[in-house]
Design a binder for this molecule. Structure first.
Ligand SMILES: [Zn+2]
Ligand SMILES: [Zn+2]
Length: 360
């Protein structure tokens, strides 16, 4: 007989879960595994709300097993370590992002690209190697193998730093990999939301000249004054798009709503790269000639490996990069998700888990 959520593991835990496709969250009691030799257990302090949380909660990708406890932008404080843990001790501040395990032996894992491991275990919404469901950071505590735990830099704020574990690495990694991290590089950022606003900050910290593309004219002030972008283009404005033709070395496209990319390809210089990190429902339409003339590339990128994620956190701390956040108590999560659906947040909600989640 299958064991219940509360008894499948020895350590009692509680959190907030969505129980069906309504995506409505309510308190839940469950359990987490005993501390293994290489495990780090930590009390959750803050957890960001990512768009993926919402997709999972409502089963919009068709892969959700209920109940689902999301959260993959988690910052906490270590309460227990296994006998063979080398990197951490009780009392350390740590982070966990989108991955909690992988095979450790495939080509991707060996080359520090655990994000591409076919056997990766994501932080929630999937099963562990032991066959039990994985639960994320909307909970009192978490446990993970130390390889998947990040050292939290001293200078990095816990609340506004939390979203970097997803939004930060998702934008940092392609900027690095595609060579858009050099001073003077001309970088476009499409969309000014949770991912986009962090992309602008990362690109600026690398010394790039940044152009923001948005459909919302009202975001110009925010982009230029607030985020220190150098240029702002309304992507629906043909004149503005024409004026930007052939000017950019690369573009990070963060938009997850359906949108045309032909115009964006036109703003790339020869050899320019359009890197897709947002995932619209409909396939992108591409005319072959828009790539052929100018030897242009359309590429994709997903989060980053653990080594690179640590490097990103250290870089963010050094350059004072955080997400712009609204900190909320956990019982506000249903309202927060409604507001997130309307893009009514600048730019990320972060749950103050430690101060608002109480055992039932
Ligand atoms: Zn995320
Ligand atoms: Zn692997």
């Amino acid at each position: 007989m299958a064991k219940s959520l509360e008894s499948e593991h020895p350590i009692k835990a509680y959190g907030y879960a969505a129980h069906d496709t309504s995506g409505k969250f309510s308190p839940i009691t469950f359990s987490r595994r005993a501390t293994g030799e290489k495990d780090v257990r930590f009390k959750v302090l803050y957890c960001g709300i990512c768009h993926s949380d919402l997709h999972y909660a409502k089963n919009e990708w068709g892969v959700t097993t209920y109940p689902v406890i999301p959260g993959h932008e988690v910052v906490g404080i270590v309460t227990e370590v296994g006998s063979k843990v080398e990197k951490f001790k009780v009392g350390d501040t740590v982070g966990v992002g989108c991955l909690v395990d992988s095979c450790r032996s495939c080509e991707s894992c060996i080359s520090d690209c655990e994000q591409f491991c076919a056997k990766q275990v994501q932080t929630y919404g999937v099963q562990n190697y032991d066959g039990t469901q994985v639960y994320g950071g909307y909970s009192d505590h978490m446990i993970s193998d130390e390889h998947f735990v990040l050292r939290w830099p001293e200078k990095l704020p816990l609340d506004s730093g939390a979203p970097l574990l997803c939004a930060g690495i998702t934008t940092y990694s392609p900027l690095r990999y595609f060579g858009l991290d050099k001073p003077g590089t001309k970088v476009g950022v499409v969309g000014l939301g949770g991912l986009g606003h962090v992309a602008v900050k990362m690109a600026k910290a690398f010394g790039a000249e940044v152009t923001v593309f948005s459909t919302t004219a009202a975001k110009k002030e925010e982009a230029i004054e607030g985020l220190k972008a150098d240029h702002f283009i309304i992507s629906k404005d043909e004149e503005q798009m024409k004026a930007a033709m052939g000017t950019l070395d690369g573009i990070i496209d963060t938009v997850s709503g359906n949108h045309p990319i032909l115009g964006l390809l036109g703003t790339l210089k020869p050899n320019g790269k359009l890197v897709v990190v947002g995932a619209p429902e409909k396939p992108h339409e591409v005319a072959a000639f828009s790539l052929i003339f100018g030897r242009k590339t359309i590429a994709g990128s997903a989060i980053g490996g653990l080594k690179e994620t640590q490097e990103m956190l250290d870089f963010a701390a050094e350059h004072g990069i955080t997400a712009d956040v609204e900190v909320i108590p956990i019982d506000y999560v249903n309202t927060a998700i409604e507001r997130l659906l309307k893009s009514d947040v600048r730019y990320r909600f972060v749950i103050d888990v430690a101060n608002s989640l109480k055992a039932e």
